[in-house]
Design a binder for this molecule. Structure first.
Ligand code: CDT
Length: 357
């Protein structure tokens, strides 16, 4: 293997059936996938959004006490308290034992020093070699609505009710221990300022959560930091009775848009990406599968074949990111930022003025 190759996996989970599915059951399924990953020499496993539970924003939950069960506490003193939560600790211990890095999603209840409490849809990156979390991402694009849809029998999407948009931005990070011989800052200082270090250091990673993958803005923020591998967990509705089309037609369209977003994001930012979903029938509705790994040319290298627990893995070579980063998407040569101010100055659509007759 060349020095920039390693094996990554999406640990797709089949349905976590209901709001009362026992946590240890789901945790045991995740640990089983991790053990399978070890047999395939996987070095990094990506789990879905809100991995440990059913997709609770699909339900109307009235009681604050019930809602609290879906959140893990955190604070400035203990930002990664998730690591010692009984709901997650056995998974962390297994990852450490096997020497596999993991990223996973969960509901985070953040209590600031002034006592203010904020709930986020969060993902963390746990480094087995460092025995600690080295990155956290809080979902920025929250889909759905705040008020439940009161029509009978509809599928709910209430993320705007249960979460606040993330406040950490799109911050890329380097991961130690995934590749041997990565250029370190000390080596770079010895080489001198003129030496190009891009694509030579420890891998540059970033995280998105579900709906974020549909927004070019987040991907490009990562692209501008030289991202080589993007991690994304999701729970995507396959079909809903309130929308047009048969269930099969809706699911085909959902899969098309999922793949389109993952492939376009990877291609346009010349990076690999791993997308890990929760799939199948949960009590709130049906979720698409198609967990996949995408290469920097936008091709899906591998994709899940079931709607069950399934490990989807591939050996990737980060060297393959260089072509796109140095040619078509060499940002330093081709971007024209003098024309992009609208992207940050404006939120909604402003059409040109109407024409006269
Ligand atoms: N979890 C999540 O973000 N789901 C949304 C559903 C929107 S339906 C198009 C997603 O973008 O997949």
């Amino acid at each position: 293997m060349s020095s920039r190759q390693f094996t990554v996996a999406a640990a797709q989970l089949g349905p976590v059936k209901s709001l009362t599915t026992p946590r240890p059951e789901t945790l045991a399924r995740m640990i089983k996938l991790l053990e399978e990953a070890a047999l395939k020499s996987v070095k990094l496993v990506v789990f879905p959004e809100l991995t440990f539970t059913t997709f609770f924003p699909g339900y109307i939950i009235e009681s604050a006490e019930e809602i609290a069960k879906f959140f893990e506490p955190a604070s400035p003193a203990k930002p990664y308290a998730i690591l010692t939560s009984p709901n997650a600790e056995p998974l962390i211990d297994k990852a450490t034992e096997l020497g596999i890095d993991i990223s996973f999603g969960y509901g985070e209840r953040w209590t600031a020093d002034d006592g203010k409490v904020t709930d986020y849809n969060t993902a963390v990156y746990y480094s087995a070699s460092q025995k600690r979390c080295i990155a956290k991402y809080r979902k920025i694009h929250l889909p759905g609505r705040y008020e439940p849809d009161t029509r009978p029998g509809v599928t709910q999407q209430l993320e705007k009710r249960y979460f606040t948009p993330g406040d950490l931005g799109f911050q890329a990070f380097r991961v130690p221990g995934l590749i041997e011989g990565a250029l370190k800052s000390e080596d770079s200082a010895a080489l001198g300022a003129s030496e190009d270090t891009q694509g030579k250091g420890d891998p540059v990673l970033g995280m998105l959560i579900c709906n974020d993958r549909r927004w070019a803005e987040g991907w490009r923020c990562y692209g501008l930091q030289g991202i080589e591998l993007l991690l994304d967990g999701y729970n995507t509705t396959a079909f809903a009775p309130q929308y047009e089309g048969s269930n099969a037609e809706q699911e085909d369209e959902a899969l098309f848009h999922h793949r389109l977003s993952c492939q376009a994001g990877s291609y346009q930012n010349a990076c690999f990406s791993v997308h890990s979903g929760k799939a199948g029938e949960e009590d709130h509705g049906s979720l698409i599968a198609s967990s996949c790994i995408v290469d920097p040319n936008g091709h899906i290298i591998t994709e899940s074949k079931t709607k069950d627990d399934e490990l989807v893995y591939a050996t990737i070579d980060l060297e393959k990111c260089r072509k796109g980063k140095e040619r078509v998407f060499a940002f330093d040569k081709h971007r024209r930022v003098e024309h992009y101010s609208r992207l940050v100055d404006q939120v909604g659509v402003k059409e040109p003025a109407l024409l006269s007759r």
